[in-house]
Unconditional design. Structure first.
Length: 359
């Protein structure tokens, strides 16, 4: 059985590492070819993940990135189609909600090649988000839908998707957190290098267009973070750096900027943070995996179960809401992190087993 995996952005590299590892354990039954679209083309945002996560080097690197959503999707669609015509896979495997995900899906279905979508069924219910459109279209075009949560299954059911296509497997990111979590403690000196102590800093990630491309929202978020009494570590995304400069927004003294870090160093920063504040979908979950209270600086979240479970506070970009959440989040009961909301850490194996059975 031949699988072509389409990836292009940081979260997809991590998810693919889990499933690719499971495929290699069944190499007598399944062969994987990896297509990297190039959506994240900066070495700090792309190449380092292949090296440290032990993902096989891409069999095809399309070199598409840096354009608008329409430009990226169109160019990827054309180049992915060429690969599919050449390789004739049994399945195309896509992850998440990026332009790479949508392009890979469209290229495959037009050629009548079955599509399997990992992390299916997520909904923010905000159609202004490009990711929301990508995930909806991908889900409705896919033949196999691997869901990370019961909430995701319900979303697909509500949209009338055939239940026989849906397979609840849990979250592959939880697999990754388990597999890599212990290794980072032994191999990274990042905390020492940064001069920070465990549980005496907040980790902040900020990159989503709805926040950083809007001067009012970005300013409001920064003002809210200024209320945090300890140091803030901010791995600065290139997009955020550019917009802070364009808007001439000065950062408070308590924010320490560092370059973007690899996945393993990010795990270390997450595990030792006192609080995590983010607008990233993946980081919200990683905070839960590592039992760290989280503030989500967005108006909606795909991971609504974290909010309902009481371990994540949704603030939007409102300064006062962020300040209030920084106070409330410290009172979250640590016992709430023991609930297995995202499976038992064997999602990758379940995905591969299902693909083999579907041949």
């Amino acid at each position: 059985m031949k699988i072509i995996t389409i990836i292009g952005a940081r979260p997809q590299f991590i998810k693919a590492a889990v499933v690719s590892r499971a495929m290699r354990l069944r190499s007598n039954e399944i062969t994987e070819l990896i297509v990297h679209t190039g959506q994240h083309f900066d070495s700090n945002m792309s190449d380092i993940f292949f090296e440290e996560l032990d993902i096989p080097k891409p069999d095809f690197h399309l070199g598409v990135g840096g354009g608008s959503h329409g430009q990226n999707t169109g160019r990827m669609l054309e180049k992915i189609e060429e690969v599919l015509l050449q390789e004739k896979p049994d399945y195309v495997l896509v992850y998440g909600d990026t332009d790479s995900t949508l392009a890979g899906t469209l290229a495959a279905v037009k050629l009548h090649i079955p599509v399997a979508h990992v992390e299916a069924g997520l909904r923010s219910f905000n159609r202004k988000m490009p990711e929301e459109i990508n995930r909806i279209l991908t889900d409705h075009a896919s033949d196999l839908l691997f869901t990370p949560t019961i909430t995701a299954v319900k979303n697909l059911n509500n949209e009338g998707i055939d239940a026989s296509k849906i397979k609840q497997v849990g979250d592959v990111m939880f697999d990754a957190a388990i597999f890599y979590g212990d290794k980072v403690e032994q191999n990274s000196s990042l905390l020492k290098d940064l001069g920070i102590e465990s549980k005496k800093y907040a980790l902040v990630t900020l990159h989503r267009a709805e926040n950083v491309d809007n001067k009012e929202r970005l300013s409001s978020i920064i003002k809210g973070l200024d209320a945090y009494s300890n140091q803030i570590i901010l791995p600065l995304h290139p997009r955020t750096k550019k917009m802070l400069q364009n808007f001439e927004i000065a950062l408070p003294q308590n924010i320490k900027i560092i370059d973007p870090v690899g996945y393993l160093d990010m795990i270390l920063l997450e595990k030792h943070a006192d609080i995590i504040a983010t607008d990233s979908g993946g980081v919200q979950k990683e905070a839960y995996f590592h039992k760290v209270p989280c503030i989500t600086m967005r108006d909606q979240t795909e991971w609504i179960e974290l909010v309902e479970h009481g371990v994540n506070i949704l603030t939007g970009a409102d300064t006062n809401a962020i300040i209030d959440a920084l106070r409330k989040v410290t009172t979250i009961d640590s016992a709430l992190f023991d609930e297995p909301l995202y499976g038992t850490g064997v999602s990758g194996n379940d995905i591969v087993e299902t693909l083999i059975r579907k041949k």
